[in-house]
Design a protein around this ligand. Structure first.
Ligand code: FAD
Length: 365
């Protein structure tokens, strides 16, 4: 874990501001991390991964998120794609696709559509079986990493249920157009993906075809929630470091900021946020690693807590740094923009709250 984290942070250290400004990650960086299995480090070693537990992978994701949320977003998508192939792919499909994800190719996961974000059951994309082929038709939006990806895991309607297909981005009928000027995670390569009559061998259809979409999506989303939550822990740590260092140096009214009680309250809240988010992530990862049934709800809780703390913590960090942090290139300004988006993805705040309320009403009935 430490070696992988050191590699990811060494490649991104001092570069994240420029990548954010240019809205582009160097493809060599993605390839190098991919080749070393770092982008989906929980993939077993026999497929070229590092075989990390969720807990260890979480530390790696947090370390990456502390330096660059765009790179961390690529890790999250690659992780979900690889997990989905492990969870739903046949032995042959795992042999076909997983080694590609640990040898420099990257992948995205396409659930969302213009008319289906929170409400995935409203999706219109279709995956149709036609003899030995499948045909994929539809439009997906905001697919993280699609700009860099050679494979996409695409969700679609399949008969009366849903299915997932592995779609190569160079297949005929696939068109990828970047989301222009995103608020945050600007180098994460979000894109609209248009699929027009994309015909693929039936071996590209993953298992579970025909299941209801909410059942099919839960496992990939759970993986993604844990990953996003650890990424938020990373952002909180970056903000803490910036706030503590700045407030020790900057003087107002004859004393360092760090001696003003209202500033110490910001520091305390940020620290409590980082600790709370870390504990929630550790719990979710431990539940995932032990295959406890509650790992699904623990992941919702971790993502909800961590995203909320990161969004509030980054806003507090900008407040403490004030004009020093009020430029887009500053680490706290980046965190402020990036963290807000974490309240939207992998189940928005409101969708998380609906799921948490369902659980509370069952547990406390
Ligand atoms: P809507 O579903 O239109 O919701 C609008 C608002 O209403 C939200 O605040 C929502 O919480 C709230 N709301 C909706 N329904 C309810 C309800 N029943 N009760 C209360 N409130 C409700 N998608 C992918 O498929 N793959 C990706 O890799 C991916 N990456 C993303 C990266 C970023 C940075 C962003 C911003 C989005 C990404 N998305 C991705 C899309 C993301 O999953 C959706 O934006 C998200 O699911 C919300 O959908 P929506 O934007 O259509 O909002």
């Amino acid at each position: 874990t430490e070696q992988a984290a050191a590699l990811a942070t060494a490649l991104a250290e001092g570069k994240a501001e420029e990548w954010d400004r240019r809205a582009e990650l160097p493809r060599e960086v993605i390839r190098e991390l991919g080749t070393k299995g770092v982008l989906c480090a929980d993939v077993p070693e026999r497929f070229g991964g590092l075989g990390l537990s969720s807990l260890d992978n979480g530390q790696l994701i947090a370390a990456t998120g502390e330096v660059c949320s765009s790179l961390r977003s690529i890790m999250t998508s690659q992780g979900i794609a690889a997990w989905t192939v492990r969870r739903f792919g046949s032995a042959e499909q795992q042999e076909d696709f997983l080694p590609r994800l640990t040898s420099g190719e990257s992948a995205g996961v396409a659930f969302s559509e213009p008319g289906a974000g929170s409400d995935l059951a409203a999706m219109q994309t279709t995956i149709t079986r036609d003899g030995d082929s499948i045909v994929v038709d539809g439009v997906k939006v905001w697919v993280t990493g699609a700009h860099y990806a050679s494979l996409l895991v695409v969700f679609g309607r399949y008969g009366t249920g849903a299915a997932m297909a592995v779609v190569p981005t160079d297949a005929a009928g696939v068109d990828i157009e970047r989301v222009p000027d995103p608020l945050g995670c600007r180098a994460a390569g979000h894109a609209t993906v248009r699929l027009r009559g994309v015909r693929l061998p039936a071996e590209h259809l993953l298992g579970g075809a025909g299941m209801p979409v909410t059942m099919l999506a839960t496992s990939p989303l759970t993986h993604g929630r844990i990953s996003v939550a650890w990424g938020c822990v990373g952002m909180l740590r970056a903000c803490l470091r910036a706030v503590v260092r700045h407030s020790a140096k900057r003087e107002t009214f004859g004393s360092p900021l760090s001696e003003h009680q209202l500033i110490r309250r910001h520091v305390a809240e940020l620290y409590a946020g980082e600790r709370t988010a870390t504990h929630a992530c550790e719990r979710a990862s431990a539940d995932w690693d032990a295959k406890r049934p509650q790992h699904i709800s623990a992941a919702v809780l971790a993502k909800h807590v961590a995203a909320g703390q990161a969004a509030r913590g980054a806003a507090g960090a900008v407040q403490v740094l004030a004009s020093a942090g009020a430029v887009n290139s500053h680490v706290v300004a980046r965190a402020y923009r990036d963290a807000k988006l974490m309240e939207i993805i992998e189940g928005s705040n409101e969708i998380s709250q609906l799921l948490l309320a369902d659980e509370a009403m069952t547990v406390w009935a």
